[in-house]
Design a protein around this ligand. Sequence first.
Ligand SMILES: C[S@@+](CC[C@H](N)C(=O)[O-])C[C@H]1O[C@@H](n2cnc3c(N)ncnc32)[C@H](O)[C@@H]1O
Length: 249
Amino acid sequence: MSKIIVFEDDTPKIEVRHLETKQKSEEEVNNHLIYIDSTSELSAASRFIKNHFNKGTDQYDKWLEDFHFHLLFDEICQKYNFAGTIIDIGCGTGLGGKTILKYNNGSRITGIDFAEEMAKKAIQSGYANVYVGLMEEIVPYLSSENKKFDHVISLGAIFHLPNDIFTNFLSSLFEIAEKSITLEIDEITDEFLANVEKIQNFQASFFNNTPIVERFHLPNNWKIVLKEKNYMWTSPTTKDKIYRIFVRI
Ligand SMILES: C[S@@+](CC[C@H](N)C(=O)[O-])C[C@H]1O[C@@H](n2cnc3c(N)ncnc32)[C@H](O)[C@@H]1O
């Protein structure tokens, strides 16, 4: 929301404020959700992740305060253009879009998330629509429908995709992006996965997709303008330090 402030010299100055969204009714929220059914039954890992986020929706934003990747994304939004249409893949509660709207309040944000409770929160955060379903199916679907977005973003969601699925997924992002692609990717080390399995007796369905991005052959006319690696968090159980990579293409 912008506010005109008149200073002593009578020159009007614009102050950019956080977007304050009015609470929408349940019906209004539901009207903005677009359900895309999966072509096959969800894998056990996907069911687990979807339930995990559906159940944890109310605590999610609070939980994320301990991680500073949204502060890093805020810096990226101050440096790079996000005006126009955006698709936020694995949008969660819409924190990424909220930051974009803070600096570009005319942008129109569409989300994708398979956890409908998270998707509903994203609508409350100011998203125009959210596709509810699997990102690895919805992105190729949007491409087949010839849908384009000025900017594609995906923050903290890509580590849920197995490497073989991610490779095709990454290619399909260039079919729907007109101007930029911004990805925030967790570096999931083998050591971390082994420690999770050893300590928790649990095979985590997290995947390290950073080497795929490193090796990816960019289509013509695309180039990497930012690649930055930052420390993100320390696992409370395994004590592994997890890093994340921001890439802007
Ligand atoms: C760690 S959260 C990140 C949310 C948000 N991007 C943010 O920055 O706060 C990961 C999100 O990805 C969604 N997700 C995970 N795997 C998915 C898939 N295969 N298809 C669609 N959404 C998925 C989850 O439901 C969750 O909301």
